[in-house]
Design a protein around this ligand. Structure first.
Ligand code: DAT
Ligand code: MG
Length: 145
């Protein structure tokens, strides 16, 4: 009943800092399964869909620019309660206060930028996960959404 899939992104800051493997290591050692993975240079249309909930907020444009500043790695991870579990692995949005032991708490800090740069994205609900997997993987992976 609780077997779930979530959409994880290693953001451009994580890719630039060679943390792709570190993020995947944490997902896999927690016990979740990586079921799809690809590197993508995101364009504005995919990010507008992905971040539709944030349109109009002051950090929206910096967020889109940041997410287009280099490749991202999109991952589908699977496991019981993986949506909640990956959010715990990631830590809270602001890396300054994210708990040590989390991805954001251990690997990110405030860079003084208009948008928070925090290494990873993780879906926040079953509805978001289904929607986001559809956005990032619909065109080339059948049956994963
Ligand atoms: P999360 O990624 O933890 O789900 P979110 O969905 O609220 O957070 O926001 C998406 C991203 O936008 C987040 O990872 C970093 C950035 N962000 C969020 N709130 C911000 C703020 N108040 N100022 C600057 N950047 C922000
Ligand atoms: Mg979010």
């Amino acid at each position: 009943m609780t077997l779930e899939r979530t959409l994880i992104l290693v953001k451009p800051d994580g890719v630039r800092r060679n943390l792709i493997g570190e993020v995947i290591r944490r997902v896999e050692t927690k016990g979740y399964n990586v079921v799809a993975l690809k590197m993508v240079q995101a364009d504005r249309s995919i990010l507008a869909a992905h971040y539709a909930e944030h349109e109009g907020k002051p950090f929206y444009e910096p967020l889109v620019e940041f997410m287009m500043s280099g490749p991202v790695v999109a991952i589908i991870a699977e496991g019981n309660r993986v949506i909640e579990g990956f959010r715990k692995l990631a830590g809270v949005t602001d890396p300054t206060v994210a708990e040590p032991g989390t991805i954001r708490g251990d690997l990110a800090r405030d860079q003084g930028t208009k948008v928070v740069q925090n290494i990873v994205h993780g879906s926040d609900s079953a509805e978001s996960a289904a929607r986001e997997i559809g956005i990032w993987f619909a065109t080339d992976v059948k049956g994963l959404a």
